[in-house]
Design a protein around this ligand. Structure first.
Ligand SMILES: C=CC1=C(C)c2cc3[nH]c(cc4nc(cc5[nH]c(cc1n2)c(C)c5CCC(=O)O)C(CCC(=O)O)=C4C)c(C)c3C=C
Ligand SMILES: [Fe+2]
Length: 460
């Protein structure tokens, strides 16, 4: 390719083709797992090239020529750079192989104007698409705007790769109605599955860590990329929505693809072994993807999912004084390998009937995996996508640490509430070592197509 700025290689799929910032859809973009695009360009490289041959050529080239800031010298892009397409039939960040880092934020919408809410969702769509592709937000980004105005992008992701950033958006029940009053003309559009979660025994929920009209789950392999994304979405929302709560997660506690190694939670056990995986298309249809509901008013959710978020503090100091025998009995799996206590290896199916010499089942009746297993829950499964967190310490010498539990389910009434209720009552792990301090349930609409906006079907 003569004069090709990519040195004869194919340009990356997310490269702006026309200077408008509109990214062509990558091959397989409708499929989140297949859609991971290996990019050869960092944000820095993309910015340096954005002006070349496009409508913004003059400004872009001028910026390079005068050497305004470090963008002037587009460096050779890191080979590990990767981007997950934002557009697709389903939202990214559900079956996408779980990234290492999380920043999730719930927002309260502060305007009551429907048009302003739609405008926010459109602005978020544009920004999310750009950031997922490794570009800064806005037309002028962090350093190419007017010198005497605040930059459109905050800038801390300049020079960083896209880091497989995914942004997954959801709507809380309070977006539809609050204090008995319908909002935004959305009367009747609240899906029946978007329930108010019941109080579970032992819940110690803090209002400031619970609920929210909107939620954004930002996952990336680089924490700064995830934080940059939430920060810029919050900034764009100024005057229309404000952050109600947010949560950082520093390590994934699940695998969502068979290609991933099972990570460990803060109890030191492998977590995610028997999770639903992206490769289980049939099971995802059965347990994760929402249908059109019973009424035409909720058909906008077809192909979406429901996100359950629970901030679960783990009493790790007590756990750390518990014997290995006791720990394994509470989980129902071995700590070293993650194998079921009935024998075998990590992925061997547990045998809940097999008894030991004392005639007691090898996997205790009150163990976590027994109570969470589909066999004990009417065949129900979920796609877990949680993260380890630490939020400092509590002044009593204990770390405020735990698991930020995230699950995507087809219907929380059947796929979450009964299991959580059983655990809250019978799971010794939950009763003695866990404390739920935050909670949220959100309707996650299907994916967005180029030219559309997040949750468009709800406002149609
Ligand atoms: C209501 C759903 C669940 C909550 C809340 C939950 C919290 C929680 N779990 C662990 C540790 C492990 N969980 C494991 C398996 C597992 N957990 C759930 C559901 C909830 N967990 C399910 C559906 C399953 C799969 C059960 C099965 O089919 O076998 C495991 C074992 C490894 C694995 O399969 O992932 C561990 C370990 C903690 C620490 C925790 C709250 C802090
Ligand atoms: Fe669990």
């Amino acid at each position: 390719m003569s004069g090709c700025p990519f040195g004869g290689q194919e340009p990356p799929a997310e490269r702006p083709a026309n200077g408008t910032g509109a990214a062509p859809q990558a091959a397989g973009a409708g499929s989140e797992t297949a859609g991971v695009v290996r990019s050869r360009l960092s944000r820095r490289g993309l910015l340096g090239l954005a002006g070349v041959g496009g409508a913004g050529a003059a400004a872009g080239i001028a910026a390079v020529m005068v050497g305004r800031g470090p963008l002037a010298a587009a460096a050779a892009p890191p080979a590990s750079d990767s981007a997950v397409p934002f557009f697709g039939d389903r939202q990214a960040g559900i079956t996408t192989p779980a990234q290492d880092r999380l920043h999730m934020a719930a927002f309260d919408v502060t305007t009551e104007d429907r048009a302003a809410l739609v405008e926010l969702l459109k602005d978020w769509t544009a920004a999310a698409e750009a950031m997922a592709a490794g570009r800064p937000t806005g037309d002028t980004g962090a350093v190419d705007g007017p010198y005497d105005a605040p930059p459109e992008d905050t800038g801390e992701a300049l020079d960083l790769s896209a880091a497989r950033l995914t942004l997954t958006f959801g709507f809380g029940a309070t977006l539809f109605e609050k204090d008995g009053k319908a909002r935004f003309g959305l009367d009747g559009r609240r899906p029946e599955a978007l329930i108010d979660l019941p109080h579970f025994p032992g819940d110690a929920l803090e209002p400031a860590r619970s609920g929210g009209d909107l939620v954004v789950q930002a996952c990336a392999d680089d924490p700064q990329v995830a934080v940059h994304a939430i920060r810029n979405l919050a900034r764009i929302a100024f005057g229309k929505a404000r952050v109600r709560w947010s949560q950082l997660g520093f390590g994934r506690t699940s695998s969502t693809s068979v290609a991933q190694q099972t990570p460990r939670n803060l109890f030191g056990f492998k977590d995610g072994t028997n999770n639903l995986k992206a490769e289980d298309a049939g099971l995802l249809g059965e347990h994760v993807w929402a249908g059109a509901g019973g009424r035409p008013e909720e058909a906008w959710m077809a192909g979406g999912s429901y996100l359950v978020a629970r901030r679960i503090r783990m009493h790790i100091e007590i756990w750390d004084r518990t014997s290995l025998r006791e720990q394994e009995g509470l989980i129902g799996r071995t700590k070293r390998e993650g194998a079921p206590l009935s024998g075998g290896k990590e992925f061997t199916a547990p045998d809940f009937h097999l008894a030991g010499k004392d005639e007691e089942p090898l996997i205790p009746l009150d163990s976590h995996v027994r109570l969470a297993h589909a066999d004990q829950n009417g065949g129900v499964r979920m796609l877990r996508r949680g993260y380890n967190y630490t939020d400092g310490s509590d002044g009593l010498g204990r770390l405020d640490a735990g698991l930020f539990f995230i699950a995507f389910v087809k219907d929380p009434r059947t796929h979450y509430v009964p299991m959580q209720m059983t655990m809250a009552k019978e799971d010794t792990l939950a009763v003695e070592y866990l404390r739920h301090t935050g909670s949220g349930l959100f309707a996650v609409p299907p994916g967005t197509k180029p030219g559309g906006f997040i949750g468009e079907g709800l406002f149609a």
